[in-house]
Ligand binder design. Structure first.
Ligand SMILES: Nc1ncnc2c1ncn2[C@@H]1O[C@H](COP(=O)(O)OP(=O)(O)OP(=O)(O)O)[C@@H](O)[C@H]1O
Length: 272
């Protein structure tokens, strides 16, 4: 089937054209053109305030751009798409969600809530639907190696464990792609290790990932493309070997930095 990409090329999974998000009278994000192909995993990096979370909100439609006749964000070439269709295309995990799910509920029910996009299981849910949602939740937790947390109260989990529960919750909605906004922020090295391992696992399991991060270390080997944002604009976009260089990263962060690459795992080093 030919998508809306024209000339026989398939439509991109996400196509953002001429998108402007304005807050307090100024453009906090301004994207001329940004396309993410079907099946492609990307990392979006940039300093604080560069517009990364705004971009996630734009993609997930949790915030709205300036009105235009043609929608600035188009999935698979379909200009009109509902919020629930977006949810089935992109499962988002963000720190806001972590706050929202800090409640006295078993982790299994938090994950089960991901099936219908609710916080925990919906009240007055049919018994069969509850059983089905819990079965899916269990499978998703098992898939990423956290089934042992199923009965634990969310409020007793470490930040790293809760983060992985949220990843399982996103998987429970069976979205095509996943979008993680700063998945390793606030975690200790062990927590980071397990979240990064989980990211590799979900990509290898066939879910393309849009990863938003400050840390080059989060860019798992499966991610080949890096998009750098600065001051609300795309500053650089390309294969990670071309973007993750000393020169480009120093210009991005306005700081003299060195990029290390050990067997495909990148890091930033500064001489402080
Ligand atoms: N509601 C708002 N009103 C005014 N300014 C806002 C609002 N929301 C965001 N901004 C500003 O927009 C810019 C981009 O914010 P955004 O949260 O997208 O950046 P970010 O790259 O995700 O930052 P961080 O790395 O700190 O999470 C920032 O300068 C922020 O202060």
């Amino acid at each position: 089937m030919q998508g809306a990409g024209g000339h026989g090329s398939p439509a991109p999974f996400i196509c953002i054209e001429d998108a402007v998000v304005q807050r307090a009278g100024r453009a906090i994000l301004s994207i001329d053109s940004l396309k993410i192909a079907e099946g492609e995993s990307v990392a979006i990096i940039g300093p604080n305030g560069s517009g990364k979370s705004t971009l996630v909100g734009l993609i997930a439609r949790t915030l709205l751009p300036l009105h235009r006749d043609n929608p600035p964000v188009v999935f698979r070439g379909q200009p009109r798409i509902t919020l629930s269709e977006i949810r089935s295309l992109v499962g988002v995990v963000s720190s806001t969600m972590q706050e929202e799910t800090s409640v006295h509920l078993p982790a299994l029910d938090i994950v089960a809530g991901g099936v219908e996009g609710t916080l925990g299981l919906r009240p007055r849910m049919d018994e069969r639907d509850v059983a089905r949602a819990r079965r899916i939740a269990w499978e998703c937790m098992e898939q990423i190696g956290i089934a042992d947390l199923a009965e634990r109260d969310m409020l007793t989990l470490s930040t790293g464990q809760a983060r992985r529960v949220l990843i399982a919750r996103a998987l429970a909605g069976n979205p095509t792609a996943l979008c993680f906004d700063e998945p390793c922020t606030g975690l200790d090295p062990e927590g980071m290790h397990y979240v990064r391992r989980t990211m590799r696992h979900v990509v290898q399991a066939g879910h393309p990932l849009v990863l938003v991060t400050h840390y080059l270390d989060d860019i798992v080997p499966e991610i080949k493309r890096v998009i750098a944002l600065k001051d609300g604009h795309v500053f650089a976009d390309g294969p990670k070997e071309e973007i993750l260089t000393d020169r480009l990263m120093s210009a991005l962060f306005d700081l003299s930095v060195l990029v290390t690459n050990i067997q495909g795992r990148y890091s930033l080093v500064t001489a402080y």
